[in-house]
Design a protein around this ligand. Structure first.
Ligand code: PLP
Length: 424
């Protein structure tokens, strides 16, 4: 079966032909390639066509596809331990490694996805503070948990869904929406609801409305407000953790969160997630405390092994991040130069190996409202051009492109050269 045959058949058995909406290319004038295999930065589809991958499973494959050490860890572990639902030494190895190598994580709880990590962190924050309301920011995505599905960026935005059907009003009545990088507006929310706010959650470097960084003064203000009103500050580092730096966005912002969520890179490409933070907060989780959260597959041996193999390599090789940053810089500068030559108005936001080209004539993109004004028709044309010419990039204006340790100057220059041939 070729790409199109598989996709048409898939639509009979899976809603939209996919298991996660953004993969369906619903908003694109083409069908998605059906990916068969990957090695390093090259992935191959069922038609035998090759692509240089700038999606990397939405971030996790930072070592490139099928890294030898990760593959070996999976092989070795799966030969003797697949699942027990009982404690294993591998869980200790992972938990200890995370607590030792990350900042502000005294204890951690493993789960199976980013969604699970953020929804559990919110429950823990509510249980700990005995308050109900949370503040999330427009354009930030924290997974598909009901309470987060308002102004939720990326998939929800690309699909043009205003919020989400099936979410009772009751589930979002405790969700307050802040404007990213707007200190004054958050301060007003606290003035009005301060006594009821359990937590503020944000992507400290947002990737799900395209790449937008929190200003340091904004992040500091959140810390200050949380301290003043007794709310917890939660950094959702599901995307930014181990990505913008090994220690994540918190290491770039100089602000200490109370709880942090991880997933994506942490599992080395396998389903994973975790949330951690201060001991006195984490000890409120069952079986120690009254906040119940559980998972049959949580801390799965194969996931722990793949994750550890990945994190070990990243931690021991700071040069990986230097390389990724250098490649990111090259890509950013190259694209800016071409866009200027061709008179295509763009804003490029980048942090390390996370980059978004916003097609907009605005001078900067700092918040969700700026993102919404982008020229999505122009983006679509650009996207089709890049994919047809052998580059796998996110099929949405509101996502980030990702770089891995395996991207070379040649891959980057080829991307820039192909962008040069783009005729809008
Ligand atoms: C991907 C993502 C999530 C959701 O993670 P899943 O594993 O898809 O459930 C949550 N928060 C952020 C910041 C993400 O990028």
């Amino acid at each position: 079966m070729n790409n199109n045959e598989i996709f048409i058949e898939s639509k009979k058995y899976m809603p939209g032909g996919v298991n996660s909406p953004v993969r369906a290319f619903r908003d694109m004038p083409m069908n998605p390639p059906i990916i068969k295999s990957g090695n390093g930065v090259i992935i191959k589809d069922e038609d035998g066509k090759e692509y240089i991958d700038f999606v990397l499973a939405w971030g996790p494959m930072i070592l490139g596809h099928c890294d030898e050490d990760v593959v070996n860890a999976i092989k070795k572990t799966s030969a003797e331990a697949i699942a027990f639902g009982a404690p294993t030494k591998l869980e200790l190895d992972m938990a200890k490694f995370l607590c030792d190598t990350l900042d502000n994580v005294d204890m951690i709880r493993m789960v199976n996805s980013g969604t699970e990590a953020t929804m559990s962190a919110i429950k823990l924050a509510r249980g700990y503070t005995k308050k109900d309301k949370i503040i999330k920011f427009a354009g930030c995505y924290h997974g598909h948990f009901d309470g987060f599905l308002v102004e939720a960026g990326s998939g929800v935005l690309t699909e043009g869904i205003p919020g989400c059907l099936g979410v009772p009003q009751d589930s979002i009545k405790n969700t307050l929406i802040g404007e990213y990088n707007n200190e004054k507006q958050v301060e007003e929310l606290f003035l009005k609801y301060g006594d009821d706010i359990a937590a503020v959650i944000l992507e400290p470097i947002a990737g799900n409305m395209g790449v937008i960084k929190a200003n340091e003064s904004f992040a500091k203000k959140l810390r200050e407000l949380c301290d003043k009103y007794g709310a917890l500050l939660i950094f959702d580092e599901v995307m930014s953790g181990f990505r913008v730096a090994y220690k994540g966005a918190q290491s770039l912002l100089d602000v200490k969160p109370d709880l942090i969520t991880y997933a994506k890179i942490m599992g080395g490409g396998l389903p994973s997630g975790a949330y951690g933070g201060k001991r006195e907060i984490m000890e409120n989780l069952s079986p120690l405390g009254g906040v119940y959260q559980a998972g049959t597959m949580s801390g799965n041996p194969i996931v722990m092994a793949a994750g550890l193999a990945t994190l070990n390599k990243l931690y021991k090789n700071p040069s990986y991040y230097e390389h990724i940053n250098k490649m990111g810089e090259r890509l950013e500068n190259g694209l800016k130069k071409i866009a200027k030559e061709k008179n295509i108005p763009v804003v490029i936001n980048r942090q390390g190996g996370m980059l978004t080209i916003f097609f907009t004539s605005a001078s900067e993109v700092n918040k969700y409202d700026d993102v919404k004004r982008c020229d999505t028709e122009m983006f679509k044309k650009y996207c089709v051009h890049m994919i047809e010419n052998g580059f796998n990039i996110p099929p949405s204006q509101f996502e980030a492109m990702f770089l891995s340790v395996k991207h070379t100057k040649e891959h980057i220059d080829k991307f820039i050269e192909t962008f040069k041939n783009f005729r809008p």
